[in-house]
Design a binder for this molecule. Structure first.
Ligand SMILES: Cc1cc2nc3c(=O)[nH]c(=O)nc-3n(C[C@H](O)[C@H](O)[C@H](O)COP(=O)(O)OP(=O)(O)OC[C@H]3O[C@@H](n4cnc5c(N)ncnc54)[C@H](O)[C@@H]3O)c2cc1C
Length: 467
């Protein structure tokens, strides 16, 4: 940047999207930016909900080994879907591995609220063939169930590859997942008992909300992750956080209350949570890496547009209430028999559903469980840690809004006749976040949207794939 002074950038939010955006600008080869990250919590957000198991408190692990970090939420990545996230981890030398998962699927009795024994035991990437036979299920019933599942799964997968969801037209929105499933005539029983529980354990939202997702999100996710392994970061995302925040300027306990473009500058106003003082500063650029409801509250030009994107929230609970998981002792014994003695045991992720929602419980060890968005009570005396998490939902309407904001073809064409459409970068304000791309709201969206901001500001992304 020759003799020119550096451009100042404020990044609001220190989740994955905010931290990756800040990392890219901070590490600009030409050193053209000074970056300041604003975070309302008293710690960085990416790893803030995670939980450290104190040494000796885990029955499996009381041998004096170091404390262990459980990622909350889990932050798994799929080969084929999280392509940019994986490239970034490789570039940063973040180690990840591919644990095997077993998913016992069970239902919650509507009258008594207790969990029944699993009716199906699925394995990640179908690594257990044939699948385990659930307790109390006769051979004939089980074989019939397997045939039914094989046919439905084959049909659903074939459709994901060959039957494209109907795109939006002038008079109609994108086809929803509900409409798509009806069009491909997938049996209701398969949808209710298998597809929705498994998919809503990824999207952590009620079944009705998932059915309102744009169908293209679900078919693309299924296509891209078909027969692919998934990974978790060794040692947890704390390693990612430490790696990408090295040398960053971070203002913790700073809740941003307003962002306004004033001339060529962008003013950020925040409340200092330690003394409740209100302060403001002007920057050349602002990157808002927060959920759409927060942006709608702090940035007037997007108040109405983003206010209509649905955002839900729920809890992840770390606990010891073993009564919350359905009995599958026989399945566990069989898994142990089938596994090589030297191999790592697969991890259990119980998927329990009622008619409208699904909760997932990760059996982290024989005594520590993590339940996401619980729908049945957990004994409060056995709770070790709770974290409230936001989840941005997708609908055909929200997809339209997001695609309009980020449509690269329309950059610089913000004012069309009398219709004013805000585009990413207008007034030097940028958006990043898991929801800021055209796909499922997962970590890949954080990295893609952070890379987009960096590229727009002329910064090279070191892990960018050569097309
Ligand atoms: C239960 C669950 C399981 C998940 N599992 C996976 C998974 O396995 N794989 C995957 O890829 N994704 C998963 N996700 C999704 C993924 O974790 C999130 O989409 C992603 O972390 C969102 O990151 P972000 O940077 O966009 O926003 P956030 O993580 O929401 O970060 C924004 C931060 O900004 C801060 N903030 C908010 N308002 C203000 C303000 N006014 N001023 C200052 N700071 C503010 C908040 O502290 C907030 O944490 C899961 C999500 C949930 C809920």
């Amino acid at each position: 940047m020759g003799g020119q002074s550096k451009k100042s950038v404020a990044v609001i939010g220190s989740g994955m999207a905010g931290l990756v955006s800040a990392y890219l600008l901070q590490n600009d080869r030409q050193q053209r930016f000074t970056v300041e990250v604003f975070e309302m919590q008293d710690q960085l957000s990416l790893d803030s909900a995670s939980y450290t198991v104190p040494p000796g408190s885990d029955d499996d692990d009381n041998d004096g080994s170091p404390p262990c970090r459980i990622d909350i939420p889990m932050r798994a990545l799929d080969n084929g879907f999280h392509n940019n996230l994986k490239r970034m981890y490789d570039y940063l030398d973040i180690k990840y591995s591919s644990p095997k998962f077993i998913y016992p699927l069970s239902s919650i009795s509507t009258d008594r609220g207790n969990k029944k024994s699993p009716y199906y035991i699925h394995s990640s990437s179908n690594h257990m063939v044939p699948p385990l036979r659930p307790e109390g299920r006769g051979y004939v019933t089980w074989i019939l169930q397997m045939v039914f599942l094989a046919v439905c799964y084959f049909w659903f997968t074939t459709c994901c590859f060959l039957v494209r969801p109907k795109p939006a037209t002038k008079s109609r929105e994108d086809e929803s997942f509900r409409q798509y499933l009806a069009r491909i005539r997938l049996p209701r029983r398969f949808i209710k008992d298998y597809l929705l529980p498994l998919m809503s354990s990824i999207t952590t939202c009620p079944h009705d909300a998932l059915l309102e997702f744009p169908a293209i999100d679900c078919t693309e996710y299924a296509r891209r992750t078909y027969r692919q392994p998934h990974y978790t970061v060794d040692g947890g995302v704390q390693n990612v956080q430490t790696r990408i925040t090295n040398g960053q300027t971070v203002r913790l306990g700073a809740t941003v209350t307003a962002v306004e473009t004033i001339g060529a500058k962008v003013r950020v106003t925040w409340t200092d949570e330690s003394n409740k003082d209100s302060r403001s500063n002007d920057f050349d650029h602002v990157i808002m890496a927060v959920t759409p409801n927060v942006i709608s509250a702090i940035y007037k030009p997007l108040q109405d547009t983003l206010g209509s994107i649905p955002v839900t929230s729920g809890e992840s609970v770390v606990h010891r209430d073993l009564s919350t998981i359905p009995n599958c002792d026989r399945a566990l014994r069989k898994i142990a028999q089938r596994s090589q003695p030297s191999a790592k045991q697969p991890q259990l992720l119980h998927i329990c559903s009622n008619d409208s929602s699904t909760e997932s419980t990760h059996t982290y060890s024989s005594s520590i469980l993590v339940t996401n968005f619980p729908i049945t009570p957990i004994d409060p005396s056995k709770v070790l840690h709770r974290a409230r998490l936001a989840r941005v939902l997708r609908t055909p309407g929200s997809r339209k809004i997001v695609n309009r904001i980020f449509d690269a073809d329309h950059v610089g064409a913000s004012k069309k006749d009398d219709e004013w459409v805000w585009r990413n970068g207008d007034g030097n304000v940028w958006l990043a976040g898991a929801w800021c791309w055209d796909g499922m709201v997962l970590l890949e969206g954080c990295v893609v949207s952070a890379m987009r901001v960096a590229t727009s500001l002329g910064v090279d992304v070191p892990w960018m794939a050569e097309e």
